[in-house]
Design a protein around this ligand. Structure first.
Ligand code: FAD
Length: 380
């Protein structure tokens, strides 16, 4: 059996960032590392967006940036700057094309393209099985997400941030390339939290996504119809071609994924609970968690102890409790927040960076009753 010190399962956002962080750090030069993915990572399978202050580590790979966002709703049409933040778009393929060759070139890293079919923890090592062989690792970092784990419990509700996106090219200039449509709730809500999300690259090119925060996925045709209707109504029935599509379903839950970590198997990325429960944004947090994990490893601390509690999880939990029970309230909550508070403050809050005074401002923006009810239900 091939033996490694570390095995990283999944060369996605979390796996590649972790592999790169370990590969470039001299501290790990003597560690043998296997990176394993079933895919060759040659497709543009997703687009990551995130916001950050000023320059950041991915700037050379960034496809487009925006300084303004638009939020629309029944009583709201707000175009607003987000300074000091910039909203940034990173295409999956640019990320893979940059990080995969880099990771493969580290002398202590081995790359294999195989599907992991079984992971088994032994006393001092872990067996990682693929159809052709079994690898052993002293520590395994797994980005394999098992949806049945959070769905198999009732204490923490599980919603999905699910969406279909079309990259479209229009015949006429209809988009404003200086502004992201962050959330447009003017579309029929049908008892859910549904909004359009538009990322314009130029005045004739944009990624248009129909997005829901809800429990169940829709039939593909329902997402497609919604995008068609939106383009027709919002952009004057302009003619367009679909250049690319993307689909995602990101878990929104406060389920404590970290409790499945042991000293030998550690879950990273979405599988590790690194997706923000109330929004599904994962990429930026992953880029923040990886260096912390590396520091933890260098300090020789047990992997099972890598977990930081945060009061933001409590805010996320209240919002998810509300949306799980009353999914139609989402548009009202988000609209009130954007109507009454500065967008930059909301982004700061969603990035878990606000202080208590700022959080009080945010939580008092929407109607209080749903939050008070959710709070009492949680406490008692
Ligand atoms: C279409 C889409 C758009 C998104 N947009 C955003 C966004 O704008 N902003 C944001 O913050 N987040 C976004 N997310 C959420 C999140 O950032 C991404 O899902 C991110 O890729 C998660 O990183 P990860 O490493 O956990 O998983 P992934 O990047 O999905 O990596 C998992 C890897 O594991 C591999 N794998 C799976 N099963 C096996 C197996 N059995 N054996 C071997 N390998 C396996 C896969 O091939 C994959 O390479 C988006 C997600 C999707 C799907």
């Amino acid at each position: 059996m091939p033996n490694y010190d570390y095995i990283i399962i999944g060369a996605g956002a979390a796996g590649l960032l972790l592999a790169d962080a370990l590969g470039k750090d001299k501290f790990f030069a003597s560690k043998s590392i296997l990176v394993i993915d079933k895919d060759d990572k040659s497709k543009n399978d997703r687009t990551w967006c995130f916001w950050e202050r000023g320059n950041g580590p991915f700037d050379d790979l960034i496809h487009k940036t925006w300084d303004n966002i638009y939020v629309g709703g029944q009583q709201l049409q707000k175009s607003t700057p987000i300074a000091p933040y910039t909203y940034k778009m990173l295409r999956g393929i640019d990320f893979y094309n940059h990080f995969l060759p880099k990771v493969k070139a580290y002398p202590n890293i081995t790359w294999v393209q195989e599907e992991v079919t079984h992971i088994e923890e032994q006393e001092n090592e872990v067996w990682v099985t693929t159809p052709s062989q079994t690898h052993t690792g002293k520590k395994v970092f797994s980005s394999l997400y098992d949806a049945s784990i959070p769905l198999g419990q009732k204490e923490f509700p599980v919603l999905q941030q699910h969406f279909l996106g079309w990259f479209v090219k229009t015949e006429e200039p209809v988009f404003n390339p200086d502004e992201v449509t962050f959330m447009d709730f003017t579309i029929p809500q049908k008892g859910n939290t549904r909004f359009m999300y538009v990322l314009p690259i130029s005045d004739t090119e944009a990624l248009v996504e129909y997005t829901l925060f809800s429990e169940h996925l829709l039939e593909k045709t329902e997402y497609e119809e919604a995008i068609k209707n939106y383009i027709k109504e919002k952009y004057n029935n302009t003619q367009y071609t679909i250049v690319e599509t993307e689909f995602g379903s990101i878990p929104m839950t406060c389920y404590p994924f970290h409790q499945h970590n042991t000293d030998h198997i550690f879950h990273i990325g979405v599988a590790g609970g690194w997706a923000k429960p109330s929004t599904g944004y994962t990429f930026y947090n992953t880029s923040q968690q990886v260096p912390k994990l590396v520091r933890h490893l260098k300090a020789g601390k047990p992997l099972s102890k890598f977990h930081q509690k945060s009061r933001f999880l409590f805010y996320d939990m209240l919002l998810l409790d509300i949306l799980y029970e009353n999914n139609h309230l989402g548009h009202d909550i988000f609209e009130s927040m954007f109507k009454r508070r500065k967008a930059s403050l909301i982004l700061k809050f969603l990035e878990n960076e606000t202080n208590l005074w700022e959080e009080l401002k945010i939580v008092t923006a929407p109607k209080p009753m749903p939050f008070i009810r959710a709070l009492f239900k949680r406490l008692f």
